[in-house]
Design a protein around this ligand. Structure first.
Ligand code: MLC
Ligand code: AMP
Length: 466
């Protein structure tokens, strides 16, 4: 693998040690010097536990300072971060762990990790020595993020320093970011949005962030200037924005992504706060593809023109992308692809060259900005007793944009309440956003001549019979 570009880490190390970097969820401010020291100690702890450059370290934690410590420790050591959705249960984690084979796991739920070595947090105060941050990574690969995948099995996306740096720098100039910004960081740090744009975008340019354990539609601390969120957040915030708009008016940038922002929410936020939310569009495989500008016209209902340096085209209605922020292949397959990457999203250009996402060619449900594969959900319920056949689709939801719905055709003689009890029991094996919010009993499922489930027809049928 090629050596890392010297820029990424040198830039983090180059920030004045006395500058504020992060407010932890306990409300304590840490400087760049503090973070650097914690990262060095975490690296020493990881090293004492046998982690070497290039090893994979699984991080299954909610947003916390301990989570940031492990990330910085891996960065110092040149280990590869494997951020895992902290809501994932054993069955959801198993295929990822099998594929990525981490050296150890940071988690507060060791029972979900079988025989793997687990720790609740790096033990910083009992670690002798530090690994100096001059021992910089030998590896260009910095993180491995699994996306829920459209085949039902999650796929690992290797992300490199150069992917991150090129995309983050492009966004910085496009959005007019600076080291004076203070980001409200409530996005989970196990997805691209929170980890790359949120945490590392902040640390790369020497700005600061207020780290929250999770999103709540609360008032923002006075030092906050920027918010990166998903559409669900803005919908949940609207009552407070109308009641107490001052706290939102003084912000300088509100960004939305990971899921389509409807024009009604965008307009309502504009009316309440005077801010036109900046919508951008991206993927774990590609980082940010298109974005509305910081200065210049932001068009509601569009995700803006291509991010500078990224090429975007539409072929047969599908958005395709190439450029320095696009990955080179899934983890288990090795770097096998180059050229245009098909996103699976359907798009069209408007007259001003802004992209509009108009649908999806891939089988995917996006719940509160979190990708859910309908195939994975179907597989989770396939052997529930009394089920003859089943199908999963997304349904519109005023809060989460979409939720998961499950339609079941019972086997002859099966008892409905027993099937529903089986479904409820099996649901607890899935993380919350993947669980069906609506379960319907049908006499048949819509299928085409080849017997393939017609998900959009199922969705239409369920929408018409609320
Ligand atoms: C919450 N739950 C999750 C989850 N977040 N399950 C799986 N994955 C997640 N990320 C579960 C909780 O454990 C709980 O389960 C149930 O959902 C609760 O539902 P809720 O109360 O409606 O959800 P809430 O906890 O309020 O969270 C909803 C949310 C949050 C929208 C505020 O999910 C969020 O902040 N989403 C942002 C997602 C994100 O960062 N996406 C970026 C993807 S990167 P139980 O068992 O307690 O009932 C990407 C690229 C790009 O797409 O372009 O950015
Ligand atoms: P992920 O796999 O979590 O990186 O999710 C990427 C997918 O999220 C994209 O392929 C899109 O389907 C969707 N997405 C991200 N941003 C937007 C947006 N602004 N509008 C519509 N869909 C989006």
């Amino acid at each position: 693998m090629s050596p890392p570009p010297p820029g990424f880490l040198a830039r983090f190390l180059g920030h004045d040690r006395s500058r504020r970097a992060l407010r932890d969820p306990e409300g304590v401010w840490l400087t760049y010097g503090d973070l650097r020291e914690r990262g060095e100690r975490a690296a020493a702890w990881l090293s004492a536990e046998g982690v070497r450059p290039g090893h994979v370290v699984a991080i299954h934690l909610e947003n916390s300072l301990a989570l940031v410590d492990v990330h910085l420790g891996c960065l110092a050591l040149g280990a590869v971060r494997l951020p895992l959705n902290a809501h994932y249960r054993e069955a959801e984690l198993a295929p990822i762990l099998e594929d990525a084979a981490p050296q150890l796991v940071l988690t507060r739920s060791p029972e979900r990790f079988g025989a793997l070595r687990c720790f609740p947090a790096p033990v910083l105060d009992q670690t002798a020595g530090t690994v100096g941050l001059s021992v910089w990574p030998q590896h260009e690969l910095t993180a491995l993020l699994f996306t829920s995948g459209t085949t039902g099995r999650p796929k690992g996306v290797p992300q490199t320093f150069s992917m991150w740096e090129s995309n983050l720098d492009a966004l910085s100039s496009l959005w007019g970011l600076s080291d004076d910004d203070c980001l409200w960081l409530a996005l989970p740090l196990f997805h691209t949005h929170g980890l790359v744009l949120g945490l590392h975008g902040t640390l790369l340019r020497g700005a600061c962030a207020v780290l929250m354990p999770r999103f709540d539609p609360v008032e923002l601390p006075v030092e906050v200037t920027h918010v990166y969120g998903v559409p669900t957040w803005y919908r949940r915030w609207l009552p407070l924005m109308r009641e107490k708009p001052e706290g939102f008016r003084r912000l300088t940038l509100l960004v939305s992504g990971s899921d389509g922002l409807d024009a009604a929410t965008s307009d309502a936020v504009f009316e309440a706060t005077g801010h036109r939310i900046l919508e951008r569009y991206g993927m774990t495989e590609t980082l940010m593809i298109c974005s509305n500008p910081g200065a210049g016209e932001r068009r509601a209902g569009t995700v803006g023109p291509p991010v500078p340096g990224v090429d975007v085209r539409i072929v047969d209605g599908e958005v395709q992308v190439r450029g320095p922020s696009v990955f080179t292949g899934y983890w288990s397959l090795g770097p096998e692809r180059s050229g245009w990457f098909p996103t699976g999203d359907a798009g069209e250009w408007d007259a001003a060259g802004y992209l509009r996402i108009v649908g999806r060619k891939k089988e995917l449900i996006i719940v509160g900005g979190v990708n859910v594969s309908p195939l994975e959900v179907e597989a989770a319920f396939a052997d529930v007793e009394g089920v003859h056949e089943l199908g999963v689709c997304g349904l519109p939801d005023p809060d989460l944009t979409e939720v998961v719905a499950l339609a079941i055709v019972p086997a002859s003689g099966a008892v409905e309440v027993e099937i529903l009890a089986g479904i409820a029991a099996r649901s607890t094996l899935l993380s919350g956003l993947k669980r069906p919010r609506r379960v319907v009993i049908l006499t048949s499922l819509p299928r085409n001549a080849l017997g393939k489930l017609q998900r959009s027809a199922l969705r239409k049928q369920l929408e018409e019979s609320p």
